[in-house]
Design a protein around this ligand. Structure first.
Ligand code: TRP
Length: 454
């Protein structure tokens, strides 16, 4: 495709919202709370914030500049900027990572649809914490329902991706993001006023640094990459649709702030509520789905219609937030197939949809009928999550920072970050320093530390 034909995002706000739409999703509202719960609370959150600041945000800038400079899908981007080198493998690994993430992410996205319909039919009414645990357990163990919802979700993603960048992705993000934010604020207010919510607040706010070990560091780093959509060329692909006057640094900063706020708000809903009704914080992937229905039931027990209304709205918005993320993952792989193998966008999109649905079936079944089959002690679902979030994304981030910090000409960095000198970027030197030294050394340290070599 010739450069001038490539699609663009329409407006500046559209750029931020689409990138934030990619970043904000199940990673913030589903994954962040359960990782926080698994890793002991406040100390994990602080470690996570550190990772966002010194790894995630700078590498996001690197992805942006690689994408906008090359104006190509993520694999081609490296070939454009580093012709004849092996850097293209960073892009290719990113495409594979995106494919694998979509494979299990769509399963959880499907759960949000089930919970939407359960809310509509008011089947949560009168349940207690035990009831919600059983409800979730029965649902994921069912061989059909979660698989069907996953497929529905993949199809929805498919059709938006086929409609193209501006009409589909940008429009969708513009309305949903602000609505989701407001609803989260309402739910925080409800959750913190539940009886015994204080213990949950303590869990979130009182760090116990003796708990920070290799697995906390790795978990926090993985969560930072996952939540910001960084490390596999997702934002690199989006940046290839940015305009020349998009301020890359500011966009990255805005996305990181929005993304982090949503995650923290989710934490302030889940933990006060979980402690209030006696749900263990380390329940793992089921945490959101067994805790949240309690908030609606407990806080609005006297006003059942309000409980139904708010929970329907919440699950719809959660599904939509997941959708703007699955779109971005799908787009990476679709753009790659479309541009590299000169197949039509439609055909490329069908291949991705088919392949991910196939993976999704196995990931979904691995939580129910296939529970016995584990690899390294993990179900297929957990294995996909572990390998992508905790290994492939940080590894991608490692190479992206090396590429931007060491391989690319300093002039390219300067031109892209300052828009050819038209912007004053105060932190310019710091950003370059982080990309050169802090990010690669930090990631390497966390990997080596987790392997127990230090
Ligand atoms: N960041 C999204 C979330 O938090 C998920 C996601 C979308 C993602 N694109 C990605 C994760 C690229 C890693 C890489 O839900």
């Amino acid at each position: 495709m010739s450069k001038s034909n490539r699609a663009h995002f329409g407006t500046k706000l559209g750029v931020i919202l689409a990138s934030a739409g990619s970043a904000v999703g199940l990673g913030n509202i589903w994954r962040f709370p359960y990782e926080t719960g698994n890793h002991g609370g406040a100390a994990f959150i602080l470690t996570y914030l550190g990772c966002v600041l010194i790894l995630g945000a700078p590498i996001m800038i690197a992805e942006f500049l690689i994408g906008r400079r090359s104006r190509a899908n993520t694999a081609r981007a490296y070939q454009n900027l580093a012709p004849g080198t092996q850097w293209k493998w960073v892009g290719r690994m990113g495409v594979l990572t995106g494919f694998l993430i979509l494979g299990y992410y769509s399963v959880v996205a499907g759960w949000t649809l089930e919970y939407t319909t359960q809310s509509v039919t008011n089947s949560f009414a009168g349940q207690d914490a035990e009831g919600f645990i059983a409800l979730f357990g029965n649902f994921v163990a069912n061989p059909w329902r979660p698989v069907l919802w996953m497929a529905v979700f993949m199809l929805a993603t498919h059709f938006i991706v086929v409609r193209g960048v501006e009409r589909g992705i940008e429009k969708a993000s513009k309305v949903m993001m602000p609505m989701l934010f407001i609803l989260l604020l309402i739910l925080v207010a409800c959750a913190v006023s539940l009886p015994n919510a204080g213990k949950g607040m303590e869990f979130l706010l009182k760090p116990d640094f003796s708990k920070v070990d290799g697995s906390v560091l790795l978990g926090a780093m993985g969560q930072a990459f996952f939540s910001l959509s960084v490390g596999m060329g997702c934002l690199c692909t989006y940046a290839s649709y940015f305009k020349p006057d998009t301020n890359l640094g500011r966009t990255a900063f805005s996305v990181a702030v929005i993304d982090t706020m949503v995650a923290i708000l989710a934490g302030f809903i889940i933990f006060p509520a979980a402690f209030s009704v006696g749900i263990q914080p380390d329940m793992g992937p089921s945490l959101l789905f067994i805790t949240l229905p309690n908030v609606f039931q407990q806080a609005f027990g006297g006003l059942p219609w309000l409980a139904v209304l708010l929970s329907v709205m919440f699950y719809i918005l959660l599904a939509l937030a997941a959708l703007t993320s699955t779109i971005s993952l799908h787009e990476v792989v679709t753009a790659y197939l479309h541009e590299e193998f000169s197949m039509s966008r439609r055909k490329a999109a069908w291949l991705v949809t088919g392949g991910c649905t196939f993976l999704g079936v196995f990931c979904s079944l691995s939580l129910g009928v296939g529970k016995e089959y584990t690899l390294f002690g993990m179900t297929l679902f957990d294995l996909f999550d572990f390998v992508t979030a905790k290994i492939m994304l940080p590894l991608g981030g490692f190479f992206i920072s090396l590429f931007a910090g060491w391989y690319l000409d300093k002039r390219v960095l300067w031109e892209e970050i300052t828009n050819r000198g038209t912007l004053k970027v105060q932190l310019y030197r710091l950003i370059v320093f982080i990309l050169k030294f802090i990010a690669p050394i930090g990631i390497a340290f966390i990997f080596i530390n987790e392997l127990g070599l230090i």
